[in-house]
Design a binder for this molecule. Structure first.
Ligand SMILES: Cc1cc2nc3c(=O)[nH]c(=O)nc-3n(C[C@H](O)[C@H](O)[C@H](O)COP(=O)(O)O)c2cc1C
Length: 728
């Protein structure tokens, strides 16, 4: 069955009942907590399991003038109603060995009684019961559709609990907590529906009628401790006992056990009648016990947590829906008037956000652009360019709105040659990174009316820095200036600026042009080496990004001062102790991960910054080889070299080589160092290692050219995402 069917059912049903469900959940939580804690200890007694009626009943008869009834409540509480030796009425919890009162029996408080009534019938009597019943039934279907959605998302039952990537807080915890609590919620929903059906008379718990003899026999009183039947019944199996009035031959012991009721003659202990409960009774009592958590405090706690879960799922479900609605493809023109058609494959809507940003700008530039789902793929005489943005789901599969594209492609043809470009959105956490985008790229390659403008670009974890690489490339080929600042494409509504204090800044001496700045976040925050530090020198939308090296809890930047550089000038003018507002942007694709393979780090100039942080943090002593290029050996570079020597002495770097391009006659660049070590590099890559490049775009280009020329498997390294870069 299609994903959209389950998603639609899940959403519609949840929307339909969310109000009543919220009331039922809040009241359910209160009742759950009450069930888990009440009545108060120490009135519950473990002897319930040991004592038999032949011991208990004579004991009670000697302790009290008259015993009316006895009830064994859940959690092993024994409640007695009787007249004491002074003839006074008593009702309380007893100790079954001695028959002595432990504490007074109290009915549920008026508050709990009101909450119970609200939970069962919303204070609306029959109508309320019907609404609550329907809500429970809908919850059953919401839960079933939820299970189906998890199975679909995880690509099968076997991978039900497998990890998946965090798209957003709401999406991640809705699914993740959902899959752990679905079974409990299903039990709550089914038992709730059953109990409502009982209350509405749809399911009937027929009363068991014991046959009381017409004329009671009065025979000689045998001591109840000798009654055979009493010797066989443990208090544990008893629900309640109605005691006979003494000496009245028409009065009997009426004993309700777990599975039957029996009528026992008070004089000789003979069983006058036995009636087993029908299956329906057992089913209904089991439902009650499961739904209320009466039988066990730990079950009541599980139920309460699951009910808290329902409230969270209502909130997170709506948050996901609103986010999807927000990320709707927006169009102002018709497709057959568009020059650019932007086709989008998206499951959770984030790719749509990027598409909207591009379409909006193209339209502003006067290039009519229309965007729609990839499943709606078609071309028109007006179409001159096609852009495809698509995410990947399942394990390399198409997202929901793109699953018909590949099957449809053959049926479409165009009269003119159309340029295309594809951007894959995915996550390197999955083995098949941007797998569907790659399949799309493979399929369109052979279409004779389509012509590639750019290679396939891949965006890891919605990285705006990855995305702007495509933006820049597409802008260049098409001579169309699109905004290339990462924050413009940020998924956050507002840039989350934080306050930082400058703790160190080196001065430039002589011909030196690069300096080091250290900043300490003023509040606790998460960041790692390879992330980007965004500053706003004019306190407006203009942003400058710098690669972060994490040193201790501080951000270390290495910056080249440009003559009229807005960002570098701003940073250079900072004073020790000064506070600035800036933002940290995650750059997931350029992080060191826990399962780090052998890594070759390549940098030139200030590109060394993130690597210094990564090496500092390499306490696990991963195998790392560093190649760095600088222009001259000034004080900063000398410091860096001695830091690298220190790292080498503690195995934080296995090996490092530095090239200076302006020190000697025969200029040496970092690419030369790499060329010299090509056999080692190939070896590392062939064994699954990775290359990380940080620095200038020209150096990045040179390195890729060398790799392509020297490595037969270059394209495999690329598609395996073994070559990562952060270049500017
Ligand atoms: C359940 C699940 C499965 C995913 N499977 C893959 C995958 O196989 N390959 C991949 O590169 N990305 C995978 N991703 C990551 C998404 O493609 C990526 O986060 C993308 O940016 C989501 O875009 P969307 O919100 O537009 O659908 C998966 C994400 C989720 C939640």
């Amino acid at each position: 069955m299609k994903l959209s069917f389950w998603r639609y059912s899940h959403l519609v049903l949840a929307v339909f009942c969310f109000l009543f469900l919220s009331v039922a959940s809040v009241t359910g939580i209160i009742l759950g907590i009450d069930a888990a804690k009440s009545p108060q200890p120490p009135y519950n007694v473990k002897e319930v399991k040991q004592v038999t009626l032949d011991k208990l009943i004579p004991q009670l008869q000697s302790e009290y003038t008259e015993v009316t009834s006895l009830e064994v409540k859940d959690h092993h509480f024994v409640v007695l109603k009787a007249l004491d030796l002074d003839g006074k009425e008593v009702a309380g919890f007893i100790q079954p060995n001695t028959g002595k009162i432990l504490g007074k029996y109290q009915e549920k408080s008026p508050f709990i009684q009101s909450v119970t009534s609200l939970h069962r019938s919303l204070f609306l009597h029959e109508t309320g019961r019907l609404i609550v019943g329907l809500t429970s039934l809908i919850l059953v279907f919401v839960t079933i559709s939820g299970i189906a959605l998890v199975i679909k998302q995880q690509n099968g039952v076997r991978r039900f609990f497998a990890s998946f990537s965090k798209e957003s807080f709401s999406q991640y915890y809705h699914v993740n907590l959902g899959r752990w609590s679905l079974v409990f919620i299903l039990i709550i929903a089914i038992t709730g529906s059953v109990l409502s059906m009982e209350k509405l008379g749809i399911l009937n718990d027929k009363k068991v009628e014991l046959r009381v003899p017409k004329n009671g026999r009065e025979s000689e009183q045998i001591d109840p401790s000798k009654f055979k039947i009493f010797q066989t019944i443990h208090l544990n199996d008893v629900q309640s006992i109605d005691f006979p009035f003494a000496d009245d031959p028409d009065e009997y012991y009426k004993i309700k056990l777990q599975d039957k009721e029996i009528l026992v003659n008070q004089f000789d202990g003979k069983i006058e009648d036995t009636k087993n409960y029908p299956l329906m009774h057992l089913f209904l009592t089991t439902s009650l016990v499961l739904h209320t958590g009466q039988a066990s405090a730990s079950w009541a706690i599980f139920l309460t947590i699951a009910t808290f879960g329902i409230l969270f799922f209502i909130y997170s479900g709506f948050a996901i829906t609103f986010k999807r609605q927000k990320n709707k493809l927006k169009n102002k023109i018709k497709p057959d008037t568009a020059e650019v058609l932007l086709y989008v494959g998206s499951e959770n809507g984030t790719t749509i956000h990027f598409a909207n940003k591009i379409a909006e700008q193209l339209n502003q530039h006067g290039i009519p652009t229309y965007q729609t789902d990839l499943n709606n793929f078609e071309v028109f005489p007006s179409t001159s360019k096609i852009i495809i943005f698509t995410s990947t789901y399942g394990l390399g599969d198409a997202p929901g709105n793109a699953d018909r594209f590949l099957g449809k492609l053959d049926e479409i043809t165009a009269m003119n040659l159309i340029d295309y470009s594809i951007v894959g959105f995915g996550s390197t956490q999955y083995p098949d990174f941007c797998g569907f985008a790659s399949r799309v790229a493979e399929a369109v390659k052979d279409v004779n009316w389509l012509q590639a403008q750019l290679p396939l670009y891949k965006v890891d974890e919605k990285s705006t820095t990855d995305f702007i690489k495509w933006v820049k490339a597409w802008s260049d080929v098409n001579q169309c200036a699109l905004i290339d600042t990462a924050t413009y494409y940020s998924l956050e509504d507002k840039i989350q600026k934080e306050s930082f204090t400058v703790t160190e800044k080196t001065a430039l001496e002589g011909e030196e042009s690069s300096f080091l700045v250290k900043l300490k976040p003023n509040s606790k925050m998460k960041f790692t080496s390879g992330d980007l530090f965004a500053i706003y020198p004019k306190n407006d939308h203009i942003e400058r990004l710098y690669s972060i090296g994490k040193v201790g809890e501080e951000i270390q930047l290495i910056v080249k001062l440009h003559a009229s550089g807005l960002g570098s000038g701003f940073l250079y003018n900072l004073k020790n102790g000064q506070q600035i507002n800036a933002a940290v942007q995650s750059n997931h694709g350029f992080h060191i991960h826990d399962n780090q393979p052998t890594t070759i780090m390549i940098s030139n100039g200030t590109g060394i910054a993130p690597f210094l942080g990564m090496l500092e943090e390499n306490t696990q002593q991963f195998d790392v080889h560093l190649y760095a290029g600088f222009q001259r050996e000034h004080a900063l570079q000398k410091n860096i070299t001695s830091k690298l020597e220190q790292f080498k002495s503690v195995n934080k770097v296995s090996n490092f080589k530095i090239a200076y391009s302006r020190e000697t006659e025969d200029k040496q660049y970092v690419s030369h160092l790499l060329q010299e070590d090509m056999s080692i590099v190939k070896d590392i890559l062939d064994n699954g290692g990775q290359i990380m490049i940080c620095g200038s775009l020209q150096m990045h280009k040179d390195i890729l050219e060398i790799l392509e020329k020297n490595c037969a498997n270059y394209h495999i390294y690329q598609s395996n995402n073994q070559i990562k870069s952060d270049c500017y």
